[in-house]
Design a protein around this ligand. Structure first.
Ligand code: GTP
Ligand code: SPV
Ligand code: MN
Length: 589
């Protein structure tokens, strides 16, 4: 057989995978339009995908996953390092020998009668010193087409690897989509990922959460950089100066929306501009200039569909109007387009829901699954930053953490210094969402929004954050935001979306020492007068209420954090326990 690469490790990985799964054919993906077009035609002929209205949605397709396979499965996701201790208390662990055997037994012969596709892809711009190559083998055309949007797929990756280069191995087999035998396995010590019995994005697009966060966070610790669940955005000021911000929010807590925000009218009139560098993942390293620099390793957006509309996020909506794959949204049979809750105020009179059933607005069910998604090429996003394709990435002025909290956490606060900022990230809690299976709306700890994605011991991860701050003379300032404060009726107390620009402006002013703040028990909080409310029908009193620090609540929070921290034992950096003691003391003062 003629191979498109002379890299013996790639050939060996593909041959071993085929020997196990026994596909009828092996197709080497070259990234060409002809090959992808042929795959799209094939997927449409078998019903795996449907072509949408090509006038209204050129290049767009529709896909439904199995009903039992609609989100990440955290309880079936494992870190398989040799020592259990190294996976830490926040991860599921399995002995690598056992995990390899389990997966081999599940996948053996499962590609009989099927084709195995070999996808060469780069996380990051091909040829950037910060990029890494992966090879994913899969028996799913849907995976090939999604990976071709989300990553940089093609022969260039083989050129980059050369005869001897190393890469991250990803093996994916749909098997029987059996949720009882579904496993998402990570072998950080072997640069290997294995995913069986799923066809849902986060479980099978192995370049994304599996590689770019779980494996990459492990590599980052070894090599002195960071892989984070963060968006990256740029703000251009009226005088032309640019600032860059990275923000970590848990899944379905507003990263895509913040990354693409359109500032309120009076900001636009003054000449402010916000541009997107990334919406989900940031790889961050120390630059020679003493700052932290960030790249987005992805090439597209795997975004939450529900709630995306012309008002909340016109940029994301525009990005989905061409070349996009929609998964588990509703179909509008009238004109063969798509719909989801929140796209329009009024639902169309008749739809086909995400399960394929007839649906009318009085059905009492959701037409689109709450975790339905679009896979959109980054190039379709009107506010994509020029820095998107930069090999070095962008220097960060601020890092923002944020969760979904109905109470306690204020709209925004600033940490006192880097170590305190790491503490602020480590104490993040957020209500669970539909992005993972299990109950939603349950408050849980999600340090740095990395609870489901850290590929090693969370205590070591905290220590790595502390270390990274020491590496740079001018680290970004660290903030925390909460767009999700609610009143007693469950109504959001902050307008959010584009109006988050008002908070972003305060954050960037703080980075330039251009505005005062009040020192509180938890850090620096804005004076209500310093958040611009122009053009907004919103009272200062409400703003004050979501900036108020309730010391009794925070004192209880500190006690709860103390309990949470216990599981990290002596791996908990002293900088964090010291900051916890300060918090407790401040609350009692
Ligand atoms: P992942 O792709 O899962 O990592 O999610 P994400 O963090 O990119 O979240 P996304 O921006 O897609 O938003 C998720 C949900 O939160 C959507 O339903 C949004 O409508 C909603 N949301 C986003 N920003 C805001 C906000 O500022 N306020 C409120 N109330 N809701 C928001
Ligand atoms: C998330 O859940 O954080 C996502 C979607 O971005 S997934 O790719 O499924 O992980
Ligand atoms: Mn995410």
């Amino acid at each position: 057989m003629a191979y498109p690469t002379n890299n013996k490790k790639v050939i060996a990985f593909v041959e071993e995978s085929a020997a196990l799964a026994c596909p009828d054919n092996i197709v080497w993906i070259d990234g060409s339009k002809e090959q992808l077009d042929a795959l799209r035609r094939e997927a449409c002929s078998t019903g795996e995908m449907m072509e949408l209205n090509q006038e209204k949605l050129p290049g767009c397709y529709y896909h439904r996953t199995a009903k039992n396979d609609v989100a990440r499965v955290e309880d079936r996701t494992f870190i398989c390092c040799r020592e259990k201790e190294n996976a830490g208390p926040t991860n599921n662990w399995m002995d690598p020998k056992e995990a390899y055997k389990l997966c081999a037994d599940i996948a053996r012969g499962k590609m009989k009668g099927r084709t195995m596709y070999v996808i060469p892809y780069s996380m990051g711009v091909v040829g950037s010193p910060f990029s890494k190559i992966g090879i994913e083998v899969t028996d799913s055309i849907y995976v090939v087409l999604n990976m071709s949007i989300m990553t940089r797929v093609g022969k260039e990756c083989y050129a980059q690897l050369g005869a001897d280069g190393d890469f991250i191995k990803g093996f994916h087999a749909k098997c029987d989509i059996d949720q009882e035998r579904r496993y998402i396995m990570h072998f950080p010590e072997d640069d290997t990922i294995i995913s069986v019995n799923s066809g849902y994005g986060g479980n099978v697009l192995l370049g994304k959460k599996c590689f770019a966060l779980r494996i990459a966070s492990y590599l980052g610790r070894q090599e002195g950089w960071m892989a984070e669940h963060m968006l990256i955005l740029g703000v251009t000021f009226p005088d032309g100066r640019k600032k860059y911000v990275a923000a970590a929010f848990p899944s379905a807590c507003g990263k895509t929306n913040l990354a693409m925000l359109i500032p309120p009218k009076h900001y636009l009139e003054k000449g402010y501009k916000v541009e997107t560098v990334g919406d989900d993942i940031a790889w961050i390293r120390a630059g020679k200039d003493g700052r932290l620099w960030a790249v987005n390793p992805e090439n597209g957006f795997f975004g939450v569909a529900p709630g995306t509309n012309e008002k909340s996020n016109p940029n994301a909506l525009a990005a989905t109007r061409q070349g996009t794959i929609f998964t588990n949204v509703a179909l509008n049979p009238e004109d063969n387009t798509v719909w989801w809750e929140g796209l329009t105020k009024q639902a169309p009179a008749h739809l086909i829901d995400w399960l394929g059933n007839e649906w009318t607005p009085d059905a009492g069910t959701k037409a689109a699954h709450p975790n339905s998604r679009f896979t959109a090429p980054a190039t379709g996003c009107p506010c994509l930053s020029e820095a998107f394709n930069s090999k070095e990435g962008v220097p960060l002025d601020a890092i923002i953490f944020g969760g979904r909290r109905a109470s306690t956490t204020p709209l925004v606060y600033e940490s006192r210094d880097w170590d305190h900022g790491v503490f602020v990230g480590s104490i993040m809690s957020s209500e669970t969402t539909a992005a993972a299976t299990g109950a939603t709306g349950v408050l849980r700890h999600d340090p740095m929004a990395m609870k489901p994605f850290c590929g090693y011991h969370m205590g070591d991860y905290f220590a790595h954050w502390i270390e990274m701050g020491k590496k740079v003379k001018n680290p970004p300032k660290i903030f925390n935001v909460n767009w999700f404060r609610q009143d007693e009726k469950g109504e959001f107390l902050w307008p959010g979306f584009g109006d988050n620009m008002r908070v972003l402006e305060w954050i960037l002013k703080r980075c330039e020492n251009a505005v005062d703040a009040q020192e509180t028990a938890i850090g620096y909080v804005p004076y209500a007068k310093d958040i611009d409310l122009e053009g907004l029908d919103y009272s200062r009193e409400t703003l004050e209420s979501i900036l108020y620090i309730d010391k009794a609540r925070w004192s209880a929070e500190a006690d709860e954090i103390k309990e949470f921290y216990k599981q990290f034992g002596d791996k908990l950096p002293k900088e964090l326990s010291e900051n916890l003691a300060v918090l407790k003391k401040n609350c009692e003062a």
